[in-house]
Design a protein around this ligand. Sequence first.
Ligand code: ZN
Length: 505
Amino acid sequence: MKPIELLRKLDAEAKLLEHIGAALGWDQETYMPSGAIDERADQLAYVETLAHEKATAPEIGRLLDELGSTEAEPSGPGSLPTIDRAYLRVMRRKYDQATKLPAELVSEMARATSLSQAAWVDARKHNDFKAFAPHLSRMLEYNKKVAACLDPSKRPYDVLLDRFEEGGSEEQVASIFGPLRVELVALLDRIRGKPQIDDSFLRRRCPAAAQAEASAYFMRALSYDEKRGRLDTTAHPFTTTLGESDVRITTRYVEDFFPSSLFSTIHESGHALYEMGIDPAPEYRRTSLAEASSMAVHESQSRLWENTVGRSLGFWLQHLPALRQIIAPAVDGVGLDEFYRAINKVEPSLIRTEADEVTYGLHVILRFELEGRMLSGDLSVDDLPAAWNEGMRRLLGVAPKNDAEGCLQDIHWPMGSFGYFPSYALGNLYGAQWWDAMKAQGLDPKAAVELGDLGSILSWLRSNVHRSGSMYKPGELVEKVTGAPLDPSHFVRYLNDKYAGVYGL
Ligand code: ZN
């Protein structure tokens, strides 16, 4: 076996264990009985230790060396095929990151994370931040340890950000979020000067069973492959990859607000379509090259389907008749334009996942500020609820009545993910840039949506964004596909155009 083949084989074995862990994690969130939590934590810790051992086997290091990949030149010699060079870069990054973490830390952290998530579910239910606070402190401490192991010369938050968005830093993200925040606030101000949209019909009761049927309908409309995944319900919707042919999504049914499940199902389907579409080359299936370019690129897919497509007039021109039937009588007597304006109503609110497209970025900016401060030690865990509430008032002009609808709402910190939140807002920026690139390349995505032709949008995304997996760093991918670096003006223009129509600005 050639060294590159052996490397792929070892990598694929590590991926098997990773996917076994994903199956256990998915089960924990969906069907596992609550009494099984301690044992499940042990199971997860054990599998993750095995996966870590696989991924950090000295043989992988030797093969990378043998193939000419070094820390300074991770892609190896220029004489190798492009795809192999990309693979060496990905594997060198992964190997270096994994070998710098002691096995004991990985195992301890997996166990603590499992317990933290369970404590969060409980704390959120009982609105009890104090019960969750020790877990959050532990998650922060573990993340600082991880950052120190990976690169002690950098600030912890920069190291953590880079794990989700290669090349990202707190300063760079702040330089994008600063101007974005100004634009969002300006648009929000103009909208506030207009009469508010009446969306009260969205609160009509709609049974979970009807919403489940609607979810299935929209998954089919988006070409989600039901033979390679499934939909279940959880407290916080997510997508998880259990294998190349098993990409599962979850949603939640709120009976007096059906748009919650509708758009979270479309959102998670967008993530799943990305995962299902990755296929850089036959020999790289089930390897680390068959992974997303970055978390923000992932989010560009979910939010493009949810918002740019799923909240457009053309989409509902096609699909409102079907929805009307499926969830009858919930939208009886509601016209297309009334429906379109209601699902695009802009109103500062408390919950990020249900925020509109204009205020959404401000929710992300708040989390970006707070996690940066918690990691630098500028903000203590005990002071988080007060800082959260102050930030909500400052950025959005609203404040939560309790922590369940405040700093306990998201699963990210409970699961030990710091540096992830910026991806959500960066994803919007990538998404708008993909959309404009389609236009520049002769595909009219708006017209395609109006004609019910979502397939041509999916196939553009497949060939330009999905297929290559992690062959390109996010910054390279956006340049390759659109001919320019990430530029927030696409998103700002999209929002200004759209809301000029929705609110008659
Ligand atoms: Zn998402």
